[in-house]
Design a protein around this ligand. Structure first.
Ligand code: GAR
Length: 246
């Protein structure tokens, strides 16, 4: 074999082995941006090959195009039923042959067929410390309850809405000054930190979902996943810890 052929084969093998990610969004796509940024620093462990939105005007589609990623609008309103839409979505996703499907603010209730199709290779991010505050308006509900701690969870998707096995969580302190907006901002800063980490774990084969639940490096994860502490996250984000400790 000539040296040129050898090099070409090596190149092709490397191309073939890059894990493929499809991201589903419905809105702004700030989590998508965090994933795109991680990919640009070679820290995602794979390549985002397509971004699909059920809303044609989602800003995240522009983020995808700007990054040179295929952006697909698949408006759910054009389908007669949830089953028909999810069937079409499965086809579009599968065309891209993903190793992982990432839900990043994809605000749709999924049919069992859809969940089963990607079970064990589909992650979601949810703005609460699950199992607390499944569903919508998580920040307002946390404030109304007067909790001192709130946060975000990344979990494998199961048929139970926001109820799948949790992989990792990050907490934020809730202060008396917090509003829904300020809490959302705090939580989103943690979202942007932990989602690329969880995606990378999966794409590197370190994170799997087995019959007994999720494991990281072969070790079963606790029921609420790994917890990134407030201090760990603040350090990563270069936040002033003194204020928070006061
Ligand atoms: C994120 O805060 C995410 O946690 C939430 O939607 C937002 C999307 O923001 N997801 C859910 O509530 C899912 N139940 P983004 O479009 O800027 O990433």
């Amino acid at each position: 074999m000539s040296e040129a052929t050898d090099t070409l084969n090596g190149f092709e093998a490397e191309q073939a082995s890059t894990p493929r990610v499809v991201v589903l969004i419905s809105g702004s796509g700030s989590n998508l941006q965090a994933l795109i940024d991680a990919q640009s620093y070679d820290e995602l462990g794979g390549e985002i090959v397509a971004v699909i939105s059920n809303k044609a005007d989602a800003y995240g589609l522009k983020r995808a195009r700007d990054a040179g990623i295929e952006a697909v609008a698949l408006p759910h309103r054009e389908y007669d039923s949830r089953e028909a839409f999810d069937g079409a979505l499965i086809k579009v996703i599968e065309r891209h042959e993903p190793d992982l499907v990432v839900l990043a603010g994809f605000m749709r209730i999924l049919t069992p067929r859809f969940v089963q199709r990607f079970y064990g290779r589909m992650l979601n991010i949810h703005p609460s410390l699950l199992p607390a505050y499944q569903g919508l308006h998580t920040h307002a509900r946390a404030l109304a309850d007067g909790v001192s701690e709130h946060g975000v969870s990344v979990h494998f998707v199961s048929e139970e809405l926001d109820g799948g096995p949790v992989v990792v969580q990050a907490a934020v302190d809730v202060t008396p000054e917090d509003t829904e907006d300020s809490l959302q901002q705090k939580v989103q800063s943690r979202e942007h930190l932990i989602y690329p980490i969880a995606v990378r774990w999966f794409l590197e084969g370190r994170l799997t979902l087995g019959a007994q639940g999720p494991t990281l490096d072969g070790t079963p994860l606790p029921p609420q996943g790994l917890r990134l502490s407030h201090a760990d996250a603040a350090e990563e984000l270069d936040e002033d810890l003194e204020d928070d400790d006061a």
